[in-house]
Design a protein around this ligand. Structure first.
Ligand code: FMN
Length: 510
């Protein structure tokens, strides 16, 4: 019976005639009526469930992101430890474009070479909600079937179940020639292998985890995705963020002659209600699974100094993180504060005493003035305990060339979150990085919507203006950014898109 249906589709037979013949046959075999009914119901159900999936319009590829190709080769390896965190739309878009997207629109040519340019390889994206087919022309994911088919991809290798998306690389052999011909099958496998390597290198260059896998339940996938017999399932790639980067708290990056380490402290589930005026629809759109709140301090190691930028909450994690880098509190020479909220200065004191006995403490003058007038006990204790080492400075306006802290380090006015909230622009050789402090708290929402303030902002209007200005500056000048409430590894490239900004996190160094 199934063969009959396939025949209709494949041979484009006169359907009316076919049905008459078919009806006669059914009259003779009454039990088959029931079977036909069941099949029809099944067919309608699966079609309806596939219809529930909407096409996913992908973002334009960010062709400037990622490491240089030699570094991607150096970094490529098979990662089997996946975080369950969903891929951002930009990461998903760039991943598919890199796999086999159109890179020469005028000729319709794609990123992966193929035998005789037959472009025989199709990439299916298998996600929790369903399976999609990547359409390179529309740069869109077209729904194929609703349902979670990742177990068919995992096929016993449970690590693959955790990855938020698995790409299934399939060669449609009929585009190459006779599907049964050995040469055709070889070309299909080679073309699929090339797409597989595109995926691997994109992931290595852009900080995503993947492994090419031959293991999969091919028979059931053929049924679930309604594949033709001429389609060769070449390989699959679970793709996600590395599970190991979720577990780690310390990441070190080179910045010219400087070394910058993110020192992360995890604070558990965050509360999106701190966003002023964010609708439930907006929260659902950007945070379908909520968000994990974290606070980062950074250790900046220049040729002569160990500089701490902020000091975190002070629950012991800062010292543990420093210890893992073999840096003792006594070896910290300088502390730069972005502002004086408790989750940035908590680590400066332990039992009311100095934690960093040899450090000068840099605070922007307007920040100092504000907290001196406040009745905040922690701020007063810090200012008192460090009073002989205080270095007050005036932050520079954005775009100023004056390096007001040290050579290669500039404090920039980013007022609003607090009256003296300060960002730091770091520069060594050709490398620059903007440590933007608390410019975002719920980063996944405030990047696309920089106009949303949080309840902690002292002056919401000014905080919004600073956020917009600094994001625009970093995106325009292609300056990577680091934030105190950005998810690990907390350093990334910011880019403007149709709506607000997107941040592509830099690969977590191993
Ligand atoms: C054709 C092919 C099939 C593979 N199938 C699987 C697989 O089913 N499961 C798996 O965990 N790894 C699979 N791998 C990954 C290899 O085990 C891995 O590439 C190899 O051990 C080398 O490690 P590396 O990728 O880190 O260099 C496959 C790799 C290739 C090229």
């Amino acid at each position: 019976m199934l063969r009959h249906w396939t025949k209709i589709a494949e041979e484009n037979i006169d359907i009316e005639k076919y049905f008459t013949k078919f009806a006669n046959l059914i009259k003779k075999l009454s039990f088959m009526k029931h079977l036909l009914f069941i099949l029809l119901v099944f067919n309608v159900c699966t079609t309806m469930s596939a219809q529930k999936l909407e096409p996913i319009k992908l973002n334009a590829p960010d062709k400037t992101r990622g490491s240089v190709v030699m570094k991607a080769f150096a970094d490529r390896y098979s990662e089997r430890n996946f975080s369950e965190r969903k891929l951002s739309l930009q990461d998903l878009s760039d991943l598919l474009w890199a796999a086999c997207g159109i890179n020469r629109p005028e000729k319709g040519m794609i990123t992966a070479p193929s035998a005789l340019n037959k472009q025989d390889v199709d990439v299916y994206a298998i996600m929790e909600e369903g399976a999609y087919l990547y359409d390179p022309k529309a740069h869109e994911l077209k729904p194929v079937a609703a349902g979670d088919f990742r177990p068919l991809i995992a096929s016993g290798q449970d690590f693959a179940l955790k990855a938020p998306v698995s790409l299934l690389v399939v060669s449609e052999l009929s585009r190459l020639g006779n599907a049964n011909d050995e040469g055709t099958r070889l070309c299909g496998a080679i073309d699929g292998g090339i797409v597989s390597q595109n995926i691997s290198l994109f992931c290595a260059g852009c900080g995503l985890a993947t492994v090419p896998r031959g293991t999969m339940n091919k028979n059931e996938l053929v049924k679930a995705l309604k594949l033709n017999p001429t389609q060769l399932l070449v390989i699959n790639h679970p793709v996600g963020y590395s599970g190991t980067s979720d577990d780690k708290d310390v990441f070190t990056f080179n910045l010219g002659q400087f070394k910058l380490s993110t020192l992360a402290e995890k604070m558990g589930a965050g509360n999106p209600k701190i966003l002023i005026g964010a609708t439930p629809e907006l929260i659902q759109k950007y945070l379908p699974n909520g968000f994990q709140s974290q606070v980062n301090a950074f250790l900046l190691q220049t040729p002569g100094k160990n500089i701490l930028i902020d000091a975190g909450l002070g629950r012991g994690n800062l010292l543990k993180n420093l210890k893992s880098l073999h840096v003792t509190p006594e070896q910290i020479n300088v502390i730069l504060l972005t502002h004086m909220h408790g989750d940035h200065i908590g680590g400066l004191l332990a039992d009311g005493k100095k934690v960093f006995p040899n450090a000068d403490l840099y605070i922007a003058q307007p920040e100092y003035d504000y907290w001196m007038k406040s009745d905040n006990k922690l701020a007063h204790n810090v200012l008192d305990v460090y009073k002989t080492r205080l270095k007050l400075f005036q932050p520079e306006a954005l775009g100023s060339k004056k390096q007001n802290i040290f050579s290669g380090i500039q404090g920039i006015a980013a007022y609003g979150h607090t009256p003296g909230h300060t960002a730091y622009l770091l520069e060594s050789g050709n490398s620059r990085l903007l440590v933007w402090g608390d410019l975002t708290h719920v980063t996944a929402v405030q990047l696309p919507h920089p106009e949303l303030a949080v309840t902690y902002d002292t002056d919401a209007k000014q905080a919004i203006a600073s956020r917009k200005k600094l994001m625009e500056f970093a995106a325009k000048n292609k300056i990577p950014v680091a934030g105190m409430h950005v998810a690990s590894p907390a350093v990334g490239a910011i880019q403007a898109d149709e709506q607000g900004y997107v941040l592509s996190l830099t690969p977590a160094p191993k």
